[in-house]
Design a protein around this ligand. Structure first.
Ligand code: SF4
Length: 370
């Protein structure tokens, strides 16, 4: 067998960045990679906005972004701030006064694009407001909205890097350095390259995401590839999976991506077989339903659902709790040992959910790593 030098084949360590606080959540340095999402309803529909924010928090969202498109939204932002205790980011374009008003309304971070805020005086006024409220600014560079002199450059990733460095310079020249940066494209390779380049030249924490990624299905794949590749490279401090759909799906996808990269220990990890001609139970329906019912559970548990007794018991033993299908139901495994009784097929979903919830209920919250 050829000799493989295992020392050379490993993932790079996480990039060392400066630390930035968004309310109670730290971004960068050695802080856990946080999950963000954005409200899909306007602040002016206040009750719906509050309900969506609370649902996002329950789903595992750490930081919530809200669009503040006009002056009319600002009083709603104030009320929203009072009702929602998650860290909030105000998303501002064009009008620097909205950024200042949002800081005054109590948000925990501003997301701006200095390129469309205007003159240096206006950028300086936003930085001054952020400094006085001790909140960071995220500079968001999108491949789709580059400055005119960069838009035609054939190397999009490099153009995004130049735009980001230019905008950082505009803000840092005011003496403000409490920054997070994002470089997003709808194109996965461009997103990966732009973030890799940026990580070599700056210690500013990176907010990752593939933007305008599409529907829940296709967008989740693009984000898994883009965010996942970077996280495994040690790059990235906070993530937002951008999907056309319910923002709860963004949080679910982000948790799944981070978990698959080994950077998120909370929640149920479901291991299930692809099924084949030996399958004797409806694994697909069982997995779909238990995944849906257990998706907000924060306790770290590996749950295996296998279709038969050939490979099933072996895989099921690897998990905290396993279920292997037979002709008349599921054999249950708990930490490698068969736990009678067998579950009849007709009770499979209810029984599996109940067994997993019981196992989750005895896990001590204090022992869960972030
Ligand atoms: S666990 Fe059994 S049913 Fe599932 S794919 Fe393997 S052999 Fe087929």
């Amino acid at each position: 067998m050829p000799k493989v030098d295992m020392k050379e084949i490993k993932f790079p360590p996480r990039r060392n960045t400066r630390s930035v606080w968004v309310g109670r959540v730290e971004i960068g340095a050695s802080a856990p990679i946080s999950i963000q999402s954005m409200l899909s309803v306007p602040l002016t529909s206040l009750d719906s906005a509050i309900a969506q924010a609370r649902a996002l928090g329950e789903a595992g969202c750490d930081i919530i972004r809200v669009a503040v498109p006009d002056k009319r939204s600002v009083p709603f932002l104030r009320e929203f701030r009072q009702a929602v205790d998650l860290p909030l980011v105000a998303d501002i374009h064009f009008d620097y006064r909205l950024a200042i008003a949002s800081a005054e309304a109590g948000v925990d971070k501003l997301r701006v694009n200095p390129g469309n805020i205007g003159s240096r005086d206006k950028v300086a006024a936003v930085a001054e407001a952020a400094a006085s409220f001790n909140i960071p600014i995220r500079i968001g560079v999108n491949a789709g909205s580059l400055p005119p002199d960069l838009i035609e450059r054939p190397d999009r990733a490099q153009a995004m890097l130049v735009a980001a460095l230019r905008e950082i310079e505009a803000v840092e020249s005011t003496g403000f350095s409490n920054l997070v940066v994002s470089l997003k494209s709808h194109d996965v390779p461009t997103t990966i390259l732009a973030n890799r380049m940026f990580s070599r030249v700056s210690d500013i924490p990176l907010h990752l995401g593939v933007t305008e990624a599409g529907s829940v299905e296709s967008g989740s794949i693009k984000n898994a590839l883009g965010i996942g590749a970077l996280i495994l490279d040690g790059i990235g401090d906070t993530v937002r999976v951008s999907l056309t759909g319910d923002p709860i799906e963004e949080v679910t996808a982000a948790r799944g991506i981070l978990r698959a990269c080994g950077r998120y220990s909370k929640g149920i990890e479901i291991i299930s077989c692809p099924t084949c001609g030996r399958t004797k139970v409806d694994v697909a329906s069982v997995v779909r339903e238990i995944e849906r019912r257990l998706r907000f559970c924060d306790k770290p548990l590996k749950v295996a659902v296998m279709g038969c007794e050939v490979n099933g018991p072996g895989e099921a033993r690897e998990a905290d709790i396993g279920f292997a299908g037979t002709a008349d139901g599921f054999v249950v495994f708990e930490r490698g040992k068969i736990r009678p009784p067998k579950i009849p097929s007709k009770d499979a979903i209810e029984s599996i959910v109940a067994i997993v919830e019981e196992a989750a209920s005895i896990i001590d919250n204090r022992k869960i790593e972030p």
